[in-house]
Design a protein around this ligand. Structure first.
Ligand code: COA
Ligand code: AMP
Length: 635
């Protein structure tokens, strides 16, 4: 156990070009690369001169190789009581016609297309249609509100937006089209056309000069072929939260991404062509991009698009029902989903009702997987559970247990070891390597392996500032953690203002910017606090402007509503309190770390740099009044 991994890992670091050139033979290329790796001004480019098409690798290749009648995509929607299967040939045909619509609307290679969709097949079709013609898609998670969508529209400047009339959250209809209209009203950049999928649950009002009906257009449009693209042409931009309010547009290239996706399917997930691969996530997140759409399809698997929740749609047996019904081989979700199931079904009674014999393994990522959840999953399902650590920027696992290559002993709480090409180290504040077991900043020595970000969209300075400048020669993951004496990785939390709410990456800095917009708020702080179900939830502290005398409860309700309206319900911003001052250092930095320790019931000391010692007792009282720290059994 581990010897094959050790050899492979060493080879990937000593000669990355050889390692990835070999992996790249699993991808279909119209023309092979001239150079495996090129570095230009801090940017790493894989497979330079290579020519390929991601959509061809995901669809046409399988049809050409005789897999046309195999199920490519199963749509399972408990919220609309719908199930539908698309074969590879059927999916290819719909994608090719949808690509034709884009071409007719003037979209050419390099143009951006924003996709704002619920979890329906059309979301996948839209992404692949863009990939087919070399348009760069930027999917915006459907749970984000108009303000977030507008920010992304202004940054990506899409020629076209693809959306749906509505989404369904359990039984609540989410009015996508009005949200889209509002976002376009707010944005400075305007798309020339919106392609709208009308769902029977709600027919949206259309603007005749801008909006077109997707189904009507598809009916009358001819299919178009895949366009050969450079390996280093961008496939997509995916926005992710950072320290500031403005999300970062992570750019992913076509070639490197395809190579890493293929490698990970074989070696991390042990997924074979014909397997049913279910990533119970959302296409709006990187997990959805990589493992609902691209990797399973490139690997000839059947992917599942699930429009539902782990619980309440209609019960905590939902995941197991899908596994039995569609003979799922690999199930991947966030720990929070399993915590939600466990909460409602602690003894695994719902699991017993279903046949899980098809399931080879379970995978979790998106946030730290606590040992009790991992042990519970193993116990009730009798399956191996693999925790793996990755981020939007990498597109695939930085650390994992390579189940298809050399499964290693599991240490609950650790995502096991770094994957090939990820030269992971823990560095202290001075840039020195930490000793085994000592907490530091988790960094990756450059170059990063294929699929990792090519840059930040139209903001090279931010790319360098956010990731490369901190430790020259290294990429900063933003996570803190350590590597133990056996080489296992332990990810302990973020160093920046990023919090992980139910597997969703959100910025407390952004929430602070929104709260500060409230007319009665002078200044504020938002921190993440531990939550038994969602991992973390935000907690806000607001200081009012001089002379404001209003009922605090209604003020807090107004602040909560503001965040919900601007970011979206997904922020789960429900806890806020009014305080007279915020604790600060003498240089004016808010002591968020101390506030968090107080709320989580951890030990804290009066910081020597504090400006005024009298502030902290008031903050502690305010936290207590909010019901924090939670008692052990609630936490
Ligand atoms: N569109 C619109 N609204 C959405 C949404 C979407 N796509 N996704 C979530 N929301 C809303 C929810 O309805 C909820 O609204 P509410 O405050 O009015 O109840 C709010 O955003 C918070 O959502 P969530 O954090 O998901 O909480 P929940 O209580 O609805 O569900 C879980 C809790 C654990 C069941 C759920 O978070 C889950 O399934 N998580 C899986 C995690 C995941 O997929 N992570 C992706 C990375 S792998
Ligand atoms: P995202 O970019 O949304 O995928 O979020 C990435 C962040 O989620 C990482 O930087 C980590 O902070 C956290 N994360 C993801 N997977 C894990 C994991 N397996 N263990 C611990 N943290 C994780």
């Amino acid at each position: 156990m581990g010897a094959i991994y050790d050899k492979m890992y060493k080879e990937s670091l000593s000669d990355p070009e050889k390692f990835w050139a070999e992996a790249a033979t699993k991808v279909h290329w119209y023309h092979q690369w001239d150079k495996v790796l090129d570095v230009v001004n801090g940017h790493y480019r894989w497979f330079v001169g290579g020519c390929m098409n991601t959509c061809y690798n995901a669809l046409d290749l399988h049809v050409d190789n005789g897999r046309g009648d195999q199920a490519a995509l199963i749509y399972d929607s408990p919220v609309t009581d719908t199930k539908k299967t698309y074969t590879y040939a059927q999916l290819r045909d719909r994608v090719a016609k949808t690509a034709g619509i884009l071409v007719n609307k003037g979209v050419v290679k390099g143009d951006r297309v924003v996709i704002y969709m619920p979890m329906i097949p059309e979301a996948v079709i839209a992404m692949l249609a863009c990939a087919r013609i070399g348009a760069i898609h930027s999917v915006v998670f459907g749970g984000f509100a108009a303000h977030e969508l507008a920010t992304r529209i202004d940054d990506a400047k899409p020629k076209v937006i693809m959306s749906a009339s509505c989404g369904i959250e359990v039984s609540r209809v989410i009015h996508y089209k009005p949200l889209l209209d509002e976002a376009i009203k707010r944005s400075t950049h305007k798309p020339t056309c919106c392609i709208i999928h009308q769902r029977p649950q709600e027919i949206a009002n259309m603007l005749p000069w801008r909006d077109v009906d997707w189904a009507e257009e598809e009916e009358k449009t001819a299919a178009v072929d895949c366009v050969p693209l450079d390996a280093i042409d961008p496939l997509y931009i995916l926005y992710t939260s950072g320290t500031t309010g403005k999300p970062k547009g992570v750019i992913r290239s076509n070639g490197g991404h395809a190579v890493a996706m293929k490698w990970s399917m074989d070696n991390v997930y042990n997924a074979k062509a014909g397997d049913v691969f279910w990533a119970a996530s959302d296409v709006g997140w990187v997990v959805g991009h990589s493992y609902i759409v691209y990797a399973p399809l490139m690997n000839g698997c059947t992917t599942i698009v699930y429009e539902g929740k782990p619980v309440r749609t209609p019960n905590p047996g939902a995941f197991w029902r899908v596994c039995e019904e569609h003979k799922v081989n690999i199930l991947f979700s966030a720990p929070t989903a399993f915590r939600a199931i466990r909460k409602e079904d602690p003894n695994g009674e719902w699991v017993k009702k279903y046949d899980l014999s098809s399931v080879k393994g379970l995978f979790v990522a998106g946030e730290r997987c606590d040992s009790p959840t991992l042990e519970w999953m193993k116990k009730v399902t009798g399956k191996e559970v693999t925790d793996h650590w990755w981020q939007t920027e990498t597109g695939w696992a930085i650390a994992a247990n390579p189940m298809g290559l050399d499964p290693m002993k599991v240490k609950p709480g650790s995502p096991t070891k770094p994957m090939p090409g990820f030269n992971l180290q823990a560095l202290d504040a001075d840039g020195k390597q930490c000793k085994p077991g000592v907490l530091g900043n988790l960094v990756l020595k450059l170059p990063l392996p294929p699929s990792c970000l090519m840059g930040v969209w139209e903001d090279d300075a931010r790319y360098k500032r956010s990731y490369l400048d901190f430790y020259p020669g290294y990429y900063l993951t933003g996570d803190s953690g350590y590597i133990d004496k056996d080489g296992y990785v332990w990810v302990m939390g973020r160093m920046d203002g990023v919090i992980n709410v139910a597997g969703h990456r959100l910025s407390t800095g952004e929430m602070e910017e929104i709260v500060a917009k409230h007319p009665d708020v002078a200044e504020c702080a938002v921190i993440g606090v531990d939550d038994a179900l969602k991992g973390e939830v935000p907690m806000g502290f607001a200081v009012l402007k001089e002379g404001i005398e209003r009922d605090n409860q209604s003020l807090c309700e107004g602040i909560v509503q503001l965040v919900r309206d601007e970011i979206g319900a997904v922020a789960s911003f429900r806890i806020v309190t009014i305080v007279s001052r915020l604790p600060k250092t003498r240089s004016g930095k808010i002591l968020r770390g101390t506030m968090r320790s107080m709320a989580d019931g951890k030990e804290w000391n009066m910081p020597s740099t504090i400006e005024d010692e009298d502030v902290l007792p008031e903050i502690q009282e305010a936290i207590k009044a909010l019901g924090y720290p939670k008692k052990k059994e609630e936490a």
